[in-house]
Design a protein around this ligand. Structure first.
Ligand SMILES: [Zn+2]
Length: 306
């Protein structure tokens, strides 16, 4: 079967268990989106939670529960209530994909429910440096177990592999692979259809970002389901490799465009006047001025970091 978006979604929904419907894809999709809970099964015992921050990934079975990213404290609590309806078991492992507040602020809520928080070794440093507000230091809850390049965690029958390859969206990005379901949480290495956040001051690298994505594209099969850090709804927040390829293409084209204009003597302000990036498939502004901000970050990357 050719892995089109349609087939992919269909097989995903059918494999999801509990989502098997004798009706058409549209009805299945509508049900998926309209269900009261924002907690969704995507395959086997793995799923997502689409809420007020970066997409949460989860794994829940009788012999283990894992959560990847935590959004904000209120979202974390709502998610946890839904998760507990599926499984009373405590959370064994909590993972962070990177330090940004919309992925880690909910750590503060989870600190009372989990003993082990895992992240790339740079993530807690960046969290403390960049997320801490004066007088509110206790709100920043960081990982107590970190890894450098690669680490594997065992949870009953499940193996969860953590990988860090390069600086990319930040200086501390991790991806996590749930081996049994073959689901990979990509964190903010993928903004599906949106202009991304490019955290130059937090260690981002446009070349590292593309290299990271290309390594992941080679590493995993066409059957792998990827969870994207941001999508416009629950359905758009997971899927196949195509958004990874588009993202890799986007960051490289942004870098090449910035490099060309920088070498031609354009100032940052002049470069930011551009209204498109040559050769790039159009992306949506998740917030006003997102393209201008991307141009600024592209220019800063080639003028400061290369
Ligand atoms: Zn982010």
């Amino acid at each position: 079967m050719k892995l089109t978006r349609k087939n992919f979604l269909k097989s995903t929904l059918l494999l999801g268990g509990g989502l098997l419907l004798p009706v058409g894809k549209i009805n299945a999709m509508n049900k998926f989106l309209n269900e009261e809970s924002k907690l969704k099964v995507i395959r086997g015992n793995a799923g997502i939670y689409f809420g007020g921050g970066g997409t949460i990934g989860w794994y829940s079975d009788t012999d283990g529960v894992a959560v990847i990213d935590t959004q904000f404290p209120k979202d974390a609590e709502i998610f946890h209530i839904d998760l507990k309806k599926r499984n009373e078991r405590k959370i064994d492992l909590l993972f962070n994909t990177h330090h940004h507040k919309d992925h880690t602020s909910g750590n503060y809520y989870f600190k009372d429910y989990v003993d082990t928080i895992i992240a790339h070794e740079n993530c807690p440093i960046l969290q403390k440096e960049r997320n801490t507000e004066k007088g509110k230091e206790e709100l920043v809850v960081t990982a107590n177990k970190t890894f450098k390049d690669k680490m594997t965690f065992e949870l009953g029958k499940q193996k969860i592999h953590a990988y860090h390859y390069f600086n990319a969206h930040t200086g501390g990005d991790a991806i996590y692979h749930l081996e049994n379901e073959n689901v990979v949480h990509m964190g903010d290495l993928v903004f599906n259809g949106f202009y991304p956040v490019i955290d130059i001051d937090g260690g981002a690298s446009l070349t590292g970002w593309a290299d990271y994505l290309n390594k992941v594209i080679d590493q995993f099969s066409d059957d792998t389901i990827f969870i994207y850090g941001h999508g416009s709804n629950a359905i758009e927040s997971f899927g196949g490799k195509e958004p990874l390829k588009l993202m890799a293409d986007y960051v490289i084209k942004l870098k090449e465009f910035a490099e060309k204009e920088f070498k031609a003597g354009k100032t940052k302000e002049e470069f930011m006047e551009n209204t498109s990036i040559p050769g790039v498939t159009n992306r949506v502004e998740k917030w006003p001025g997102a393209l201008k901000y991307n141009l600024e970050m592209g220019y800063r990357f080639v003028s400061e970091k290369m």
